[in-house]
Design a protein around this ligand. Sequence first.
Ligand SMILES: CC(C)=CCC/C(C)=C/COP(=O)(O)OP(=O)(O)O
Length: 540
Amino acid sequence: MSARFSASPSSSLIEETSCVAGRRSANFHPSIWGDYFLKYASDSNSMSYHGIAEEQIERLKGEVRKMLTSAMYKPTEKLNLIDQIQRLGIAYHFKLEIEEQLERIHRGYVEYHYNDNDNELHTVALLFRLLRQQGHHISNEIFNKFKDSDGDFNKSLITDVHGLLSLLEACHLRYHGNDNLEDALAFTTTHLGSIDKRKVSPYLQKHVSHALNQPIYKGVPRVEARHYIPLYQEEPLHNDVLLSLAKLDFKLVQEQHWKELGNLTRWWKGLEVQRKFPFARDRLVELYVWWLGEYYELEYKAAREILTKLTTIISIIDDIYDVFGTLEELELFTEAIERWDVDVKDGLPKYMQECYKIMKKQARAYFTEAKWFHQNHVPTMEEYMPIALTTSGVGLIVVWSFLGMGDIVTKDVFDWLLFSDPKMVKASAVVSRLMNDIAGHKLEQKRGHAASAVECFMKQYGVTEEEAKEELRKQVVDAWKDINEELRHPTAVPMPLLVQILNHTRTMHMTYDGETDHYTHAGTKLKEHVTSLLVNPLPM
Ligand SMILES: CC(C)=CCC/C(C)=C/COP(=O)(O)OP(=O)(O)O
């Protein structure tokens, strides 16, 4: 007999349901943060640090703007300046200036081939990375001049640690068929992994060991800025203006984040989630940090709030389908969602109707996975992937994340998103789903979970777990190449929106990198990110 949900859930609901035979429990660890951030909740708009820092920040911004536009700097110096500004997390203040400077540098490169005589690996690799990142066309053949007559990268480069580091970072922007960058990735990884520490400064050593684990292009911008600011301070030739601006800006924005998270904690407590859904993951803070990964700027306050609230609810729904609900309950629940009226009488705009449909599609996909589990069915990859890409939640998240982005999100953008099956969104979903499946495989199978891509692949192709994971990792690499290609001009929709999807992919990559699902088991990597972004002060 299955339990019935009452209109107002109470603790008796759980007592009633917990005795149902066959119901699983995942024993998710409780919230790590509890009420920690409640102390920051506030209805007032004032921020104590704001007044002190704002004037200083404006002055420093003016100085940086002058540096960026000054004719005194050579293109190479400008590239280094832009790289530092981006790594320090302050590029959003200089979007137009950076765009204009890179445009000029690109023109110089295309029309005057100014770079052809540049044999410094660092400069060439930085030029390549910054231009591709901005959507400009630049061929990977630019690196062929660093190869010898056998087609291998020149052995003399091995001692150029700075150059190798920049080449490694550039490799992550490769497209399909950029074979020399595949070689470059192997070459740089091998040689950077065995550098002679006596010959390299401690600053450069730290930089190298970080880049080997976390390439800048795939890193979450706010997390990387928090890592880079203190590291940049150790760089003997650092620029004081950039450093001061980065620190002040980080602190000012952090104060806003504290307040948002304080208010979200208050909202979350009011929902009494722990009492009503004790079986579910309580991950408000982790989700908030995910969405800081998408946008951390002050202007996206409302967007972060929308995303955090909606995804805390989706996370509970995910646990109802994946863990707690019995098949009969899940059927009732899915039918109830299906009954949501899309054709509301007064006529919702079409894109809003689509939001309903997406939510229904999500519930249907969760239900399909639940049925597979209850029927012990291991689908083929062809059967599995369309459903699993939906349950990755990327389609849903991209729609929700665009809602708070203001006027840049036009009707055409929603048409592209909802009706054209965009390659960028699909590739992002592939990265999220496959990395999630690889990371969660062992523990999910132990507690009982629908088959993941790892099992589907093993069964269909008769291979071992390691072989399946290896193949799925290759598919992740290919999906990243799709993403890189979609960022080329002319882009399907304005670049900031694609960067938003890129940021989502980066956040998922960070969460599911390796063999642990860091969202479910939030006590290690994600806890470190919460601590560094929202608890530990940035040394001033
Ligand atoms: C991107 C979205 C929708 C975020 C909301 C929270 C959520 C459901 C996270 C994924 O959990 P999981 O790692 O258990 O995922 P799954 O159950 O799909 O494996």
